[in-house]
Design a protein around this ligand. Structure first.
Ligand code: ACM
Length: 510
């Protein structure tokens, strides 16, 4: 062993970290002192370390590796933690068990790389460097959205995806479950949603507007049990799974299954095989609202997330303008024109979520168009974050030029096919501060944080997902957790952190 170990390159960077010489050795004799309520943290530590180390880490009241819950550490909030490592003892403490889960990911990064292996590593000494760390996140919401509607991914991959999110202290996994091209969550009251809406005949191969198709069927759906298991798996890692069910646009797969939900029940529609914005949208009759409430009741049964995403963006209104029934509904509701049905529709369904104790979330296109009790994700223009916050919304910045990982990450012609749009390189992700510079304290306080988006029109495999996600998500996680703006410091830590991604087999961009 070298006498002098380099200071570990933690990602995200802790708020305060001081390293001292010496180390604590984890071995077969190491026992855990586990406070009442801290058992989930002990379980996670054992689960993460067992494959490589084989260490049993039994619980014992006088264990020298302590997982301590102290409500007096109120300043740590929900996710903060303190870690003290001496040659004789390890003390991980937090006010809330989620803080302990975050601290365990830090411990994982402090151990030798071999600790990340899926297979037994013989001959490695499991040394933790002596350190004092105090670590509290700057942003409350550090999310990652994966679109499994455009291309379905098996739940085994979603678990793996959550594993790597958790390593980076990402706390929300936003699962985009429905869109024009596929419906992935079974709803027992409406089985055709997945039976018909879960499969499309083929995919457009070029960008929206092109006329080439691959001639290959695409599809798949989850079972309720798989999704419930994913929720538990993520919760054990301190990650909340937030489901998204799109409405009243991006619903072509649902209309293929149940044409009566649309504006022309006589018209039969396919699950969309094209990309882009589809002009078929939900009707606004009572049966459609009842359908949405039924679907969401089943969604809420599976997903305990306090936030439920209703999509809401890119909803062309021509079908409503051309429909006597929709025009009649707009008039009956006292709306000035049929275009206002979008906000009205989302308000009706948002109220249903609020009555059940949940918070509706929507994609904001201008920052002012969604009902007031919606939490909004601003994506089109970074200025919309402030507009929405000043209007009283809680806001998550999903600004496309900084957080859309489906855009290419360099202008190298050898990059795989990507969503047409700007290059979003590592530096652009790292540079993004979701809190607008000119925000007053009240508006700034409404900005919950930021989130990465991976739309998958052109992304079919887990390898491609990982190539687009890493290392750009490391930059978002670093900035979101620590707020640290020093690019050179981030690059130098990332250069060493990539060895961890490699040890985990993440197929990252070089
Ligand atoms: C979006 O890019 N459709 C929010």
């Amino acid at each position: 062993m070298p006498a002098h170990r380099p200071i570990p390159a933690l990602v995200p960077r802790p708020t305060e970290a001081a390293f001292r010489s010496g180390h604590f050795t984890l071995d077969r004799g190491t026992a855990l002192h586990v406070d009442s309520g801290a058992e989930p943290a002990a379980d996670l530590l054992r689960t993460l370390l067992a494959p490589a180390t084989g260490l049993p880490l039994p619980s014992s009241p006088d264990g020298r590796f302590a997982l301590v819950l102290d409500p007096g550490l109120g300043g740590y909030g929900e996710e903060g933690y303190g870690l003290t490592v001496n040659p004789q003892a390890v003390l991980l403490r937090a006010a809330h068990v989620t803080g302990l889960l975050r601290g365990i990911q830090t411990i994982r990064q402090l151990l030798p790389l071999e600790a990340l292996s899926e297979t037994p590593q013989r001959g490695t000494r499991w040394l933790l460097p002596c350190a004092d760390i105090t670590d509290v996140p700057r942003q409350r919401w550090r999310g990652a959205m994966l679109d499994v509607a455009r291309h379905f991914q098996p739940v085994s991959y979603l678990r793996r995806y959550v594993d790597v999110l958790a390593l980076h202290k990402i706390n929300v996994f936003h699962l985009h479950l429905t869109d024009d091209q596929g419906w992935r969550m079974p709803v027992s009251a409406c089985p055709k949603l997945t039976e018909i809406g879960g499969h499309r005949a083929e995919s457009q191969t070029g960008p929206a507007g092109s006329d080439a198709f691959d001639g290959t069927p695409h599809g798949g759906s989850y079972t309720r049990a798989e999704l419930a298991d994913l929720v538990r798996y993520a919760a054990a890692r301190g990650v909340t799974v937030m489901p998204e069910i799109e409405m009243p646009g991006h619903v072509r797969a649902a209309l293929a299954a149940y044409p009566g939900l649309g504006n022309d029940p006589e018209r039969s529609l396919d699950v969309w095989t094209r990309w882009g914005v589809c002009d078929t949208v939900l009707g606004v009759h009572d049966e459609v609202l009842d359908f949405c409430r039924t679907v969401l009741d089943e969604v809420m049964d599976v997903f305990p997330s306090p936030y439920i995403h209703l999509g809401g963006e890119e909803c062309p209104t021509a079908e409503w303008t051309n429909s006597a029934a929709a025009r009649g509904r707009a008039a009956a509701e006292g709306l000035p024109h049929p275009e206002a049905l979008r906000g009205w529709f989302l308000g009706q369904i948002g109220d249903h979520l609020v009555r059940r104790g949940r918070r509706p979330v929507g994609w904001a296109e201008t920052g002012i168009e969604l009902p007031p009790d919606f939490t909004v994700m601003t994506w089109r223009d970074s200025a919309h974050t402030l507009t929405a916050a000043r209007r009283g919304h809680s806001v998550i910045s999903a600004y496309h030029r900084a957080t859309y990982l489906d855009y290419a990450q360099s202008d190298d012609p050898h990059e795989p096919p990507a969503q047409p749009g700007p290059v979003v390189d590592l530096r652009a992700v790292h540079a993004h501060d979701p809190v607008p510079e000119d925000a007053d304290a009240e508006a700034a306080g409404r900005v919950l944080g930021t989130q990465a988006q991976l739309w998958t029109e052109f992304v079919t495999t887990p390898a491609h997902i990982e190539y687009l996600t890493y290392p750009r998500l490391c930059a978002l996680a670093d900035r979101g957790w620590s707020g640290a703006t020093d690019w050179a410091d981030f690059r130098s830590r990332l250069d060493r952190h990539t060895a961890r991604l490699d040890a985990l087999g993440v197929q990252r961009h070089p």
